[in-house]
Structures are given as structure tokens and as C-alpha cells.
Ligand binder design. Structure first.
Ligand code: SAH
Length: 254
């Protein structure tokens, strides 16, 4: 007997950004697994059991949810934003890739969610209007020198960069080092956007520049968008500025 596993994205925090598909999958679940802070956002439906766990326990959580589903239950596992972006979907695939053969017969669905970079971008205009990439600054799962090489390549090639996981208590210096690295490639006036807890009551948006980036507060709930040479800030009287990256690039930037 095997049940089903739904890997669900909750969006950035505003309940209106939870998709109908995600909501249906949550309601149909007998058990819901997830990081404690994400599970707190999900209502407990009748007969449902929630299994909260800590942030760093992704592999254990994935294996526990899969085992539970293989025993015949409809199990949901949740991530903030989109589950495929630095989150549980890859942890579930890794577990199935390396786990017992019978896990491969499990019925699995992945339900997308609005990822943080899209939620932050939508607050200020269109910073991702031209080519962009996303990078996690966490060196828990990859070495720091690889992160520096990717920053060099991305900034050097003219991509706008969405930086996930800029800072945590265990990683206090990485963001400062990343900013130093970006300064080798980009002018001091390059726009940066700090979007904190977007879609939640304590949301904060801060538009700054690369030369002032060290002084802008960033934490675990912050996503940073680093502009390219083309990214522009449009001041508006009495209103928040628009930040956008034009759709066209006239010539190859130096
Ligand atoms: N799966 C998530 C990302 C998980 S990594 C997603 O698709 O959004 C965690 C990082 O995501 C945080 O360190 C932060 O950089 C970013 N993040 C998640 N939710 C956010 C929010 N509401 N506002 C701003 N950044 C957020």
C-alpha cells in the first residue's frame, strides 16, 4: 500500500499568495511536515497531524515524510515560497534518488509557489525585467570560494542577481564579503533592493546602492536583488521609487 506525497510551496507569507492548488493539496493531507516557522502559517484541518522540525533537518524531514506516505497516508511537505527554489523539492528528490527502491513507486506531486525574488520584485517594479540569476549565499552546502566564483561570473556577465540566504546567525560575514566581490565588477551606484519578510506584517523594502550596501540591514528573512549596469531607479514624488531593468541591452557592457 502506498499513499501520496505533495511537495507544496506556501508563497512568501501573504495568505492571498497561496495558490488554490496548494490550498487544495494541504486540505487533502492526513499529515503535514515542514520547518516549524512555515508550519505555523498553515491551518490544521480536521484529522490532520502536523510534524514540525528544525531548519537544518531537510534530509531527515524528507525521509520521514516519504516513509509516512509509503505506509499509505496522504502526506504534504511544505516550503516557504516555491519548494523547488533552495527548498524541500530537491531534498525529496535526493532522498528518492539514494533511498530504497520501493520509494520510487510513490505517487508524488510538486505544487509551485511564488518565490521570494518574484514577491520582492513585484513590490518595486521590474528589476528582473531582463536576464537574471538566483544564488544562495549559504555556504552550508557548498564551499565559499565557489560562491565567490559564481558572483564574479554572474556580475561580470551582466546578470541581475537575486541573493537568497544573505545572512544568518551562523553566517555573519558572508554578505559583506559578497558585496566586496560585487564591487570588483559593478559601479558604486548600482541599485540594490533589500526585501525583508515580504508579504508578512513586518515587511520592509529598502532601495540602496552598492556603495552603501554594507549599512543596509539584512537578516534570514531578507532577499537582496543586485542590479546590473542597466538597472534603473525612477524617483516619483510622494511615492516609492520604481526599480527596473530595461528589456533591451543596446551593446555589450564592459
Ligand atoms: N523556497 C524559498 C526560499 C528558501 S531559502 C522561496 O522560494 O522563496 C530562504 C531565503 O529565502 C531567505 O533567507 C530569504 O533570502 C528568502 N525569503 C524567503 N521568504 C522571504 C520573504 N517573505 N521575504 C523576503 N525574502 C524571503
Amino acid at each position: 500500500m502506498t499513499g501520496t506525497l505533495s511537495v507544496i510551496g506556501l508563497g512568501p507569507g501573504d495568505p492571498r499568495y497561496l495558490t488554490e492548488a496548494a490550498s487544495d493539496a494541504l486540505q487533502g493531507a492526513d499529515a503535514v511536515y515542514g520547518y516549524r516557522a512555515y508550519l505555523d502559517r498553515v491551518p490544521i484541518f480536521q484529522h490532520q497531524v502536523h510534524y514540525p522540525s528544525d531548519n537544518r533537518e531537510e534530509s531527515l524531514r524528507a525521509a520521514a515524510a516519504i516513509r509516512h506516505a509509503v505506509r499509505g497516508a496522504n502526506v504534504a511537505i511544505v516550503s516557504g515560497g516555491d519548494p523547488g527554489v533552495f527548498a524541500m523539492a530537491a531534498a525529496v528528490c535526493e532522498a528518492i534518488d539514494t533511498g530504497p527502491e520501493e520509494w520510487r513507486t510513490l505517487d508524488i506531486e510538486f505544487v509551485p509557489g511564488i518565490t521570494a525574488m518574484l514577491a520582492v520584485a513585484a513590490r518595486i517594479g521590474a528589476p528582473l525585467g531582463h536576464d537574471f540569476c538566483a544564488l544562495s549565499l549559504s555556504d552550508n552546502l557548498k564551499p565559499w570560494d565557489l560562491i565567490e566564483r559564481r558572483l564574479d561570473a554572474a556580475a561580470g556577465a551582466g546578470f541581475v542577481i537575486a541573493l537568497y540566504n544573505p545572512v544568518s546567525r551562523a553566517r555573519p560575514w558572508q554578505f559583506g564579503r559578497a558585496v566586496e566581490r560585487l564591487r570588483r565588477h559593478l559601479p558604486p551606484t548600482t541599485p540594490l533592493v533589500f526585501g525583508r519578510a515580504v508579504g508578512r506584517p513586518d515587511e520592509k523594502i529598502n532601495i540602496t546602492t552598492l556603495d552603501a550596501a554594507d549599512t543596509a540591514p539584512a537578516d534570514m528573512a531578507t532577499l537582496v536583488i543586485v542590479g546590473s549596469r542597466e538597472t534603473r531607479v525612477v524617483a516619483r514624488p510622494g511615492r516609492q521609487a520604481l526599480v527596473y531593468t530595461p528589456r533591451a541591452v543596446a551593446e555589450v557592457s564592459a
